[in-house]
Ligand binder design. Structure first.
Ligand code: FAD
Ligand code: NAD
Length: 447
């Protein structure tokens, strides 16, 4: 039996769902294959449960500092099981909302995997074949552990979301987004955290000065940072796990978690039967409009080499469907995509780092900085400072980079990213009346 659609979407995560909804809104007949929970990584093992844990950690930090301000003492310990019940209820509501939107949009949802059996045909796990003029590959990725002895003893971010208590001692390997985020939140929730970083700094794509200050904030908060440390082995040591690498402590950890990157889910798609080209790392190769080398086959999200962020997958999918079914061709601009690391405090950036701007524009670069103590920290006599930077170029001092480390950076950045995209200059920021007293006002006041 073969069923025909206008579009088959493989994967019901951020990109797949956005593509299916947008195509259906243009009148396309859509089938969506998703063997696991709707929402994919972001909803089930990424942005959403991570942000929930980050919010819990922010509350814990505020409670820990409240005594200094005159509040009665509070032990601040989190009952994970209660909190996780709230977290999972929230996620359950997202699943339900997707389910009813899919039904309303008339999208056929098949709760199973699929693989290619030709350029415009998919075979589902139950043997049913589907065909369509267009196919969207949106199968995302999964975490990888490094190929070292004992790696299987450690977990990944997927495992973290099944934890029901903070481990007393935890080793995190990898100084990227996930390692940095989990280190901050686990420390705030009461774990003793050791973060092992191969290089000399956290978060390579981010501004070096802000990343170094974040590392210092982490040290002050009690996170043990091991830079230049390659973890070579993990071994069982009694009830615990011993990590080997230069400078690694002798004492065992309760948990070891690898945050050493992710790899695309392409292996089981039989892409060769359709002739779809992949790069060395297994990503589906797409052009700037998110089409592959095979007519009618497209891909978005983490399965491609795009920036692995939810809003990127969503934006790419919507634009692709507007082109295929809506008569509007406006490919996603890969430049100036804002991004925030949910560290404590959060770190955000959009545009060029100072280093990159200097490499591109030489002496034509002007950098404005504001280093200040947010009012709550000043009131509580905490030394933690915020550091904001604007990177500008040319005589008109056009803003080409915004870098924020500090309380509320995650919420402040979005609006300023719009201004940067529209070509805002430093003078125009100065012409804007400040909102006082806030941290954000520094961005229209700094020289
Ligand atoms: C811990 C963590 C935290 C993150 N935090 C953030 C954040 O704060 N902000 C942010 O922007 N991004 C964040 N991300 C990244 C974000 O989650 C991803 O970029 C995003 O989910 C990618 O969407 P996608 O649609 O490409 O893939 P996914 O959301 O991974 O969806 C792919 C779907 O395809 C399905 N699938 C796989 N193979 C098949 C098959 N053969 N047939 C059918 N279906 C299949 C999978 O089950 C999955 O549901 C985070 C990621 C992680 C791991
Ligand atoms: N707030 C957010 O938007 C957010 C949060 C989490 C994840 N994400 C997305 O998910 C992606 C995956 O996150 P991630 O943290 O796994 O990847 P990442 O690429 O951010 O970081 C992986 C880190 O692991 C290091 N590494 C690789 N192999 C190693 C090894 N053998 N030993 C030690 N270190 C090693 C890399 O040098 C890198 O610093 C990110 O690139 C990001 O786009 C986004």
């Amino acid at each position: 039996m073969q069923q025909d659609f206008d579009l088959i979407v493989i994967g019901g995560g951020s990109g797949g769902l956005a593509g299916a909804f947008r195509a259906a809104s243009h009148g396309a007949r859509v089938a969506l294959l998703e063997p696991a929970a709707l929402g994919g990584t972001c909803v089930n093992a990424g942005c959403v449960p991570k942000k929930a844990m980050w919010l819990a950690a922010e509350v814990a930090r505020k409670l820990a500092g409240a005594g200094t301000l005159g509040f009665s003492p509070h032990d601040g310990a989190l009952d994970w099981e209660t909190f996780i019940a709230h977290r999972q209820r929230y996620i359950g509501n997202i699943h339900q909302s997707y389910r009813s939107r899919l039904d309303k949009a008339g999208i056929a949802v098949l709760p199973m995997r699929g693989h290619f059996v030709g350029a415009n045909a998919i075979e589902c796990e139950d043997g049913v074949r589907l065909s369509a003029r267009n196919l969207l590959i949106a199968t995302g990725g999964h975490p990888v552990r490094p190929p070292i002895p004992g790696a299987e003893l450690g977990g990944t971010s997927d495992d973290f979301f099944h934890w029901t208590a903070a481990p007393a001692r935890v080793a995190l390997v990898g100084g990227g987004y996930i390692g940095t985020e989990l280190a901050g939140l686990l420390q705030a929730l009461g774990s003793q955290v050791h973060l092992f970083v191969r290089g000399e700094r956290l978060l390579n794509p981010f501004d070096a000065e802000l990343a170094d200050q974040l590392a210092e904030d982490y040290r002050q908060a009690g996170v043990h940072l091991h830079f230049g440390c390659d973890v070579t082995t993990v071994e069982q040591a009694g009830d615990g796990l011993r990590v080997h690498g230069e400078g690694a402590p002798e004492e065992p950890f309760d948990r070891v978690l690898f945050a050493t990157g992710r790899t695309p889910n392409t292996a089981s798609l039989a892409l060769d039967t359709a002739g779809v080209a992949m790069d060395r790392r297994g990503h589906v190769i797409v052009d700037r409009r998110h089409s592959t080398n095979v007519d009618g086959i497209h891909a978005v999200g983490d399965v491609t080499a795009d920036l692995p962020l939810t809003p990127v997958a969503i934006a790419a999918a919507r634009r692709l469907m507007d082109r295929l079914y809506g008569g509007r061709d406006a490919p996603l601009d890969p430049d100036n995509i804002p991004s925030v690391v949910f560290s404590h405090p959060p770190l955000g950036m959009v545009g060029l780092t100072e280093e990159r701007a200097r490499a591109l524009h030489g002496d034509d670069v002007h950098v404005s900085r504001a280093s200040f103590r947010p009012m709550l920290h000043a009131l509580a006599d905490s030394p933690q400072r915020s550091l904001f930077k604007l990177v500008c170029v040319g005589s008109e001092r056009r803003v080409v980079g915004i870098h924020l480390l500090g309380e509320a950076a995650d919420e402040i950045l979005q609006g300023f990213a719009v201004a940067l995209k529209l070509g805002v200059t430093l003078d125009q920021l100065h012409d804007t009346v400040a909102i006082h007293p806030t941290s954000a006002e520094e961005l229209v006041l700094m020289g």
